[in-house]
Design a protein around this ligand. Sequence first.
Ligand code: ATP
Ligand code: MG
Length: 197
Amino acid sequence: MHRKIGVMGGTFDPIHHGHLVAASEVADRFALDEVIFVPTGQPWQKSSRVVSAAEDRYLMTVVATASNPRFSVSRVDVDRHGPTYTADTLADLHAAMPDDQLFFITGADALQQILSWRKVDELFRYAHFVGVTRPGYELGDEHLPDGSVTLVEVPALSISSSDCRERVTSGRPVWYLVPDGVVQYISKRSLYVDPEP
Ligand code: ATP
Ligand code: MG
């Protein structure tokens, strides 16, 4: 069966409504059958800061997406040893569903950096890229291979995981920035209370 599958990679520390709106909007625009959220293992670009345990980030992603019948969560990156490279993510997903067409969804900030990603020559082999607008960043595909990327405007939500973490650390609210279940999960596991756990 040839399905159209969105792939939303991220650290999701924590997942927030900016991620969910981007995925929902691209799913509608491209008539995707499903969007798979893929939390990273240990992200190589963020080795300078402490990232929450992969299992916590995976579970928050499950909690945030559980109510949407077209959203699911993959453990491919969480379960792979070593740092996460998107080229490996896409190769693994392609191997698991070789007949399906993959669309990798990425925000304007990540799209600007794509050429600095590892294994860049393999990146575009298994997926079409969809770059989405994000407040504070310029969306462009000048430096990327012809035809490899489509740019999509999504409702602007000025939310970042960094800001959500800082809010929790300083005792300010994250209600309505992240799904209710994620607010409760953060509290239950005391995530982000101490900035350097
Ligand atoms: P951090 O502040 O820790 O970097 P983040 O909010 O950027 O977190 P990531 O997990 O790094 O979240 O992002 C995963 C993907 O979602 C990236 O492609 C990123 O560009 C995109 N993204 C994140 N927030 C938004 C947003 N508010 N609007 C559109 N895209 C977003
Ligand atoms: Mg980010």
